[in-house]
Design a protein around this ligand. Structure first.
Ligand code: LER
Ligand code: MN
Length: 281
């Protein structure tokens, strides 16, 4: 298992100026840094690729669908636009040397129509992910679909739902990201949920119940690590916590992260905690 940290600790809007973070992230001992991807065109792709290569860091991406993009929209033109968006995300991720594109790729965060998922929406999601199969193969990219909790989506909230979707898609390059913050809300037993996925689990976001410092809350990371070992998971342990930085008013943690917890602390204390837990697991 490889250790990584999400750029969400610092910002949701990763810009060239954030590349100065890379040497310190590498020095902390991380193998990978995950970047938020909204509109791929806004990312400085060449600068990012060069900086990751220079710092011997692997890049993964967490895609959050921007306004106007919704693969399960009832409007055909929106679904077409969303397919084109996913193609651009995959191509841009490949351009930056990434081999994993994850996130809640099925619908925009906060898209909460007052109904349960419909047969049509399910088919639209399956078709969308099936239609990029060849592109994933050509670019050697794994797509990792992340179920998120009911405050962010109505469509895919649990490992069981995400596993069922991936079974329907039937592409070994397409699997599931489990985020322990979301799983702490939606799963009755996180280790059982993880083990139920087996090889479908492609990525994991290790996130505390309050998205703060790992080990400071009530998520049972030792049990989660043991379940990952039982399914011989070999992907990233990606720390996804949100720190507080007064200079980043648009950061995910700006409104509710503990002001005493900086992004660097999320990363440094997180990797120290994980290394200690892995040793004990
Ligand atoms: C993305 O990985 C995630 O966990 C979502 O909560 C972002 O809104
Ligand atoms: Mn996540």
């Amino acid at each position: 298992m490889k250790l990584g940290v999400s750029g969400f600790a610092w910002t949701a809007n990763f810009e060239e100026r954030h590349l100065s973070l890379l040497p310190n992230i590498r020095a902390m001992g991380f193998a990978g840094l995950e970047l938020p991807m909204f509109d791929p065109a806004t990312l400085p792709a060449t600068a990012i690729r060069r900086a990751f290569e220079a710092n011997e860091l692997e890049c993964t991406f967490c895609s959050i669908l921007p306004a106007g993009i919704n693969p399960i929209s009832p409007e055909h033109t929106v679904r077409q636009r969303s397919r084109d968006h996913l193609v651009r995300c995959i191509e841009t991720a490949a351009e930056m040397g990434a081999h994993l594109l994850g996130g809640p790729l099925f619908a925009p965060i906060g898209y909460l129509p007052a109904h349960r998922p419909t047969e049509d929406e399910w088919c639209w999601a399956v078709e969308l992910f099936q239609c990029v199969g060849e592109l994933l193969e050509t670019n050697d990219i794994t797509l990792s679909i992340e179920p998120v909790n009911r405050s962010e989506t109505f469509f895919l909230r649990t490992a069981a739902e995400a596993g069922k979707l991936c079974t329907a898609i039937a592409n070994p390059r397409i699997g599931v990201t489990i985020d322990t913050f979301h799983a702490n809300i939606e799963e009755k037993n996180i280790p059982t949920a993880i083990e139920s996925l087996g090889a479908q689990l492609k990525h994991i976001h290790l996130s505390e119940n309050d998205r703060g410092l790992l080990g400071s809350g009530h998520v049972d990371f030792p049990a989660i690590l043991r379940s990952l070992q039982r399914i011989e998971y070999s992907g990233y342990l990606m720390i996804e916590g949100f720190g507080y930085l007064s200079s980043e008013p648009l950061a995910p943690g700006a409104l509710w992260a503990d002001p005493a917890v900086s992004p660097d602390m999320i990363a440094q204390r997180g990797i120290s905690y994980l290394k200690a837990q892995i040793q004990h697991a």
